[in-house]
Each structure stands twice: as structure tokens, then as C-alpha cells.
Design a protein around this ligand. Sequence first.
Ligand code: GCU
Length: 435
Amino acid sequence: MKSLHQRAIVYCVIVVCGSGVSAQPKGFNYDESKVPEFSLPDPLVDASGNAVDTAKAWVNGRRQEVMALFADHVYGRIPETKISLTSTLIESDSKAVNGRATRKQIRLDLSRGDRKVSLGLLMYLPNLEGRASAGTFVGLNFQGNHTIQNDPRIAVPTSWVRDRNDGSVKQHRATEAGRGIASSRWPVEKIVARGYGLATVYYGDIDPDFDDGFKNGVHQLFPDSADGTPTGNAWGSIATWAWGLSRVVDYLEQDKDVDAGRIILMGHSRLGKTSLWAGAHDERFAVVISNDSGCGGAALNRRRFGETVQRINTSFPHWFCDNFVKYNDNEDELPVDQHMLLSLVAPRPVLVCSAEDDRWADPHGEFLSARFADPVYRLLGTDGIAQTTMPATNEPLLSRIGYHIRPGKHGVTLQDWQVYMDFSGKHLPRPKREN
Ligand code: GCU
């Protein structure tokens, strides 16, 4: 295949990739024929205009350059300061999930000097009886660990939660009424039945999801960047959640019940954006999965299909760094686009999942990112994506860059999980212990 640096990519295509538009804000483009012509920056041409044509040149040079571009222009820089981590087992039950799994609840204390922030980690690890673990999924949840299963023993978070009108949150605090309300998104029984474990943390424990000028959550550990006047490339919430995911891996590496070589990162929507940036940063994530991540995640910014850079910066000013605002209605000036974010995961397997009716997240733009990450995967000696045209609904591409689109709307379904597990099962290295 011709590599991207041999040609400028001018891409404008008419594809109808979904029927029906549902819950899509008005005033944005959902018409493929109105996608403007655009030219994508080439991951394999460096800032000086030189071709990057060896794996070494990518790994030792261009990759760092692209990381820095995303940090400085999109997500903000993640501080390198080391913090200390201690873990305390709060509760465990070896007969969870009808005896098929062990549930553990662990408090992770992150501290620096006299400042401390705690995260609540909930884990389900399959009772393997001599079999090897298939891998452990790591994912942040939106409303609290107690929402993923209806189980009175799961701790309710004490940190800030976005208010809802169903009684599950009152005055920004989670209530008992929320138990199990997100269980359809976390099919724990099916996950452990296939030999996978699950580790999850409420994302608001890491950084509450509102704009407070970078002061709450783990920002408290970094007072140097929390004075309310962040610089242009100070980390936004997506980068902060990504940092928190790496701290979860710091813990998992110490847990003898987890095979730290088989950690699978999964995130949905804003947390799908997060999983891509976390996966780029931290190579301990052996597989990286983004579900319906859309703008600022897998979707190409330059298409301006569905959610745009301007809209996301206006509605969620705290997610990205301040420099990203420069690209409001000015996408062509971005030194990167989101195919380069997927490239940063290479050569590890990356899976992009979309939903047909989720046009706000631009499924076709999500596919194109996957497609245009392919040259980097091939340069690193792996297969990239199996086909260059968008696959049909319900026909997952499980190549090293995977892509799947299912019917229905924005969300996480059991069908999505089956694809995550099929993909991970295909790509993870063989387990350490076999029966
Ligand atoms: C909004 C936002 C999206 C985001 C989603 C979510 O719809 O516009 O960018 O992915 O919320 O995280 O739920």
C-alpha cells in the first residue's frame, strides 16, 4: 500500500453509514455530501518535512513528536512528578457472581507530601481453578462503582457526582437508589464466564467532571498547576482521567491475582476519548478500546461531522487544554488529527467501536481514523486494518486495528462486550499458565 507521505490525502467521500438520526443536536452537519475537502497531516512525515520510513525513526523520534503535539495542542501535558501509591483491601468475597468470581474492593491512596486523594477500585476476578486468566479489563465508570451491579456490598462513592433526576444522585452525592442502574453496560457475569477480569473506578474520584479551574480531584496533588490560571498546555480532565488509569495499572502490577501483561483498556464516550489518550501514554495497556468516542476521541476533527471542536470546547471547556480553543472552527490548522492518536497505540491492538445512530460521534470519521493509522502499524511490522472501506453493520473487523459498528444508539451493550472479548482473545499474547 502506498504510504501516506507519498501523497497528500485529499479526502471527500459520500457514504451513508447509518439510517435514522436520533438525539443529535440541531445545527450541525450530518450530511456526508457536506463534509468539506480536507488534507490530513501525515503521521509519517516529521516536523522538518522528512519521511519517517523506519520503525526506529518512528519509535525514537516521530512518536515523541506526535505525543508532544497532542499534549500541547489538544489534551494538555500530564505531569511527570511521581506520587506515592498505597492500597488497602476494604472488602472481598470469593463467592461473588454465583461463585464464579472473587470481588475485591480496594482503596488506592495517592499522596504527595501531606496531600492525599483516594480512589475506590472495584474488581471482579474469575475463579479460574487452574485455568489462565484471559486478561483484565480496566475501565472508568460514569456514576459510581455501586451502579455497575446491584449489590449492597459495593461502596457508594463520596466524591462529586453529576446530578440526575432519577433519585440516584442528590446534591451531587450518589445515593443507594443508584445501585445497579448501569449494570447493562457492565455485563460482569458474561465477562467472568469468558475468563476475563474487570477493574473499575468512578471517574469523578479522579477528577469531578465540571470546570473548576483545575483545582479538585487529583489536581490537588499538583498545586503547581492548580492555581486557577492554567497555562495553554496544562492538562484538562481527559488527561487527568488518563493519568488516573495509569495509577490503577500501578496497583494491578502489584496484585498477584492479575496478569499485568494482559490488561485491556476500555472506555465509552468521553471515557473512550480518555482510553485513547491513556493508551497512547502508557504502553502497559496491552489492548486499547474506544467505544463511541467521537470528537476528541477516534473521529477525525477535519470532517466537522456531528460534534465539532468549537462545540466540544464550548460545552466542556475543562476536558481539553486551553490551546485546543485555537482550533475552534479552524480544524485545518491543527498539527494533528485523530488518526495520529490511534497511531500512538501502535503496534499494540486498538479497537474502535461505533453505533449506527450515534451520528453525533461520526462513525464514519471514527472508521477513517482507524484506516489512516494503518501505515504506522505496518511500518512497525504488524498488519494494520484488514480493509480500507467501512465494514457493514455487525461485521466486525478484528484485525490489529479493529473496527466495529453495531445498530442502535450511543451506549455500551452486551454485543459491544462480545466484540471487545473476541478482539482481545485474538490479539493478547498466550496466557502464562494453561490447564
Ligand atoms: C456529549 C459530548 C460527547 C461525549 C458525550 C459523553 O455528548 O458532546 O463528546 O462523548 O457527551 O461522554 O457522554
